[in-house]
Structures are given as structure tokens and as C-alpha cells.
Design a protein around this ligand. Structure first.
Ligand code: GLU
Length: 372
């Protein structure tokens, strides 16, 4: 199965974390980076398109500016990232040059993916780089990313980038070999799970306990990333720092943990609705409306709305919750929160008498809706 799977990949997003790129003293692990670049260049020679999402900027900045100093404040970390990112790219440039491959730096913040036009621009740039046989090296734009506009971790960023470029596979490499039945650091008998068909709540809980405190990007963020990608229809492999991991993976060997896609690929527009957008509010729906959306693939009408939370405008992205407050869909609303509060629960023909005007019968049209 892995063989058929591995040979069907044309475009892959590979994410490498700081934990494997850097050594304990924050210096780059040159052997690892050299091998990574060699493996990617082999894939590229086989005409596979590779987008590399690489962490390591803050860590490398720390080494450059002195590990003994206190860089805990956000602006200090941003300064570190600005220094370290150059060193990181410099390394990739030098190593890829040996294979006559050029690299392009792409720094993104969540805000860049929240507007449809910048989302499309980022996508166009990445696809153009791939067409030119250049390896895009993506990182979070740490120097501008403060809390509200942050992906927060490069695992999430890599899942969004995989969606952005319509990758056939997302590979997340870290210092953990894959998903284990239990925390392998606490129980050496913990088993590596080879295949995950559906991410269960139990798995998420185990991942939470596996996360190393204070570290960005433990197993928890990897599972979250796997959830985003598989829900967009992209399979995910979580793997470790083993030698020849990528050659083995693409030779069809059963390495790491494979997360199967949850559905057919979402279109680019739907991916943007589901994950590229800031959610401005929440709409709680009754059981009938939830059923109509999930089973009958209908649009959302005002009659199914029970409650409106947060402040949003028409055209904003909102989260749809069921009566137990569980999010099950996201969409772009035709009505603002203020308008929706006035028309919730009523039949569509009463929208005009109630508001004095009507845009549409639906609150969210089916085409602007993504079931999670
Ligand atoms: N963007 C950060 C860096 O390059 C890393 C974030 C992460 O590791 O998830 O240093």
C-alpha cells in the first residue's frame, strides 16, 4: 500500500523543525541539513515538486547573538528571527547550490492568508517558484507576527502551506519518530502507530501529554496540523530524524506514521474558507439546520440559527456550532452579526419585513460553507 501511495506523489510539502535542524548549542546540525538537501535534490531530480517549511530562525539567531542573554520578550524573539533567518537561508542556499538548485525565501504570517487576494498571491508565488524548479523555503514571518496574526507554530503553517499549493502529501519531520500509543519517553514499550485512518479524541489527549512543556511544536501541534491537512484531503506522514527517512518513504517503506486523508480534496477556495481565514464570530444552529447542512448538503437559512456570538460583518468568516457548542462547519456569512440577531429563527420570506431589506434567502450559501 505504501508503495502505491509513495509513487503517486508529485508535489510534497516537507516541514523540518528546530529540534532536528539545530544542535543543543543552537548551532545548525550540518550533517542533517546536508542529508536533507541531498534527499530533496534526489526528489527534485525525479521531477517531484518540493516545498520546504523550515523552522530554526529564532534558534540560529540566539546562537548568533549570544545564548546567555535574555531574549524572552516577543520583540527580542522577533529580532532573533530576523538575524537567524538570514543564516538559515544562507545554509540552504549553499547546500542546494551543490546540486545546482536555487531556493526562494517565502515568509508568511497568518494575516497573509486571511485575505483572499494575498492568499492567492502567496499561492501564485509558490506555484511559480515550483514551475521554475526553485525550492521555496517557507517560514513564519516572525518579525511581524504578533499573537493575533500568528500561526504560532510551523506545524500549523506547514499544513496550511500544503493546502495552499495543493500538495499530494505533507511530511512533518521532528525528533519524534511518529505517533506512539503512549509517550515513548515515559514508557519504552510504547508502540509506534503506522497508520491512522481517523484522528480520535484519545489520540489528541495522548499527544497533549507527549508535548514537551514550553516547547513550540510538540506532538500536539503535529496532530493539529495532521487534522487540518487530512481534512483538506491531504495525507500526512509524521516521521523522525532517522537517516534516509525520505528515500525510504519514497521507496514505499513503512516509516513514520501515515495519516489518511479524511475526504476528497477541498477546492482552494474552500480551504481558504476553512483555514485561511480569521474567524470573526460563531453561529449556533439547531439540530434541523445541522442535519440539513451535513446530510442534505443545503445552505444555512436564518430559521436554523439559535444564537449569534461575537461581532462580525457580512463577508466575514464564522464558525458554525451545534447545540452542544461543538464546531462542525465554517463559512462566509451574507449577514452581519447585528442583522443576524434580528433575523435568527425566522423564515427567509420574513427577512425583508424584519430588516427592511434582504440580500439573500440564505445566511451562508452552500458554496461558501465547509464542513469540518
Ligand atoms: N518560526 C520559528 C523559527 O523559525 C519556529 C516556529 C516552530 O518551530 O514551530 O524559529
Amino acid at each position: 500500500m505504501r508503495h502505491r501511495f509513495a509513487t503517486s506523489i508529485n508535489r510534497v510539502t516537507i516541514k523540518v523543525g528546530s529540534s532536528i535542524l539545530l544542535k543543543e548549542d543552537h548551532g545548525p546540525d550540518l550533517t542533517f541539513i546536508e542529508e536533507l538537501v541531498r534527499d530533496i535534490s534526489v526528489l527534485s531530480e525525479r521531477d517531484m515538486e518540493v516545498v520546504l517549511v523550515s523552522s530554526g530562525a529564532i534558534g540560529m539567531g540566539k546562537r548568533e547573538l549570544g545564548t546567555g542573554k535574555n531574549f524572552d520578550a516577543i520583540p527580542s524573539k522577533q529580532a532573533l528571527a530576523s538575524v537567524g533567518q538570514i543564516h538559515l537561508m544562507n545554509l540552504y542556499c549553499q547546500f542546494f547550490q551543490q546540486y545546482h538548485i536555487s531556493v526562494g525565501q517565502v515568509l508568511l504570517s497568518a494575516a497573509d492568508l486571511s485575505s483572499r487576494s494575498s492568499y492567492l498571491n502567496a499561492r501564485n508565488t509558490l506555484l511559480t517558484l515550483l514551475r521554475l524548479k526553485i525550492i521555496p523555503v517557507v517560514n513564519e514571518n516572525d518579525t511581524v507576527a504578533v499573537e493575533e496574526i500568528k500561526f504560532g507554530d510551523n506545524d500549523t503553517l506547514s499544513a496550511l502551506v500544503a493546502g495552499l499549493v495543493d500538495a499530494d502529501l505533507l511530511v512533518i519531520l521532528s525528533d519524534i519518530k511518529g505517533l506512539y500509543s503512549e509517550d515513548p519517553r515515559r514508557n519504552p514499550k510504547a508502540k509506534l502507530i503506522r497508520k491512522v485512518s481517523c484522528i480520535s479524541e484519545e489520540m489528541e489527549e495522548t499527544a497533549q501529554s507527549t508535548s514537551v512543556e514550553g516547547r513550540i511544536g510538540g506532538m500536539q501541534t503535529k496532530i493539529k496540523a495532521a487534522k487540518i491537512a487530512t481534512r483538506s484531503g491531504i495525507p500526512v506522514i509524521i516521521g523522525g530524524k532517522d537517516r534516509d527517512f525520505l528515500p525510504q518513504l519514497f521507496a514505499g517503506k513503512e516509516v513514520g506514521t501515515l495519516f489518511l486523508p479524511q475526504q476528497n480534496r477541498l477546492t482552494s477556495r474552500k480551504k481558504w474558507i476553512a483555514y485561511g481565514h480569521f474567524l470573526k464570530g460563531k453561529i449556533v444552529l439547531d439540530k434541523g439546520a445541522k442535519r440539513a447542512l451535513l446530510q442534505e448538503r443545503r445552505s444555512l437559512l436564518p430559521s436554523g440559527v439559535i444564537e449569534v456570538k461575537g461581532k462580525f460583518d457580512a463577508g466575514d468568516s464564522v464558525s458554525l456550532l451545534d447545540e452542544d457548542n461543538r464546531e462542525f462547519a465554517r463559512g462566509i456569512t451574507y449577514y452581519s452579526s447585528k442583522e443576524l440577531k434580528k433575523i435568527k429563527g425566522i423564515k427567509s420570506h420574513l427577512i425583508k419585513p424584519q430588516l427592511g431589506y434582504k440580500y439573500y434567502d440564505e445566511v451562508i450559501h452552500r458554496d461558501n460553507l465547509v464542513i469540518l
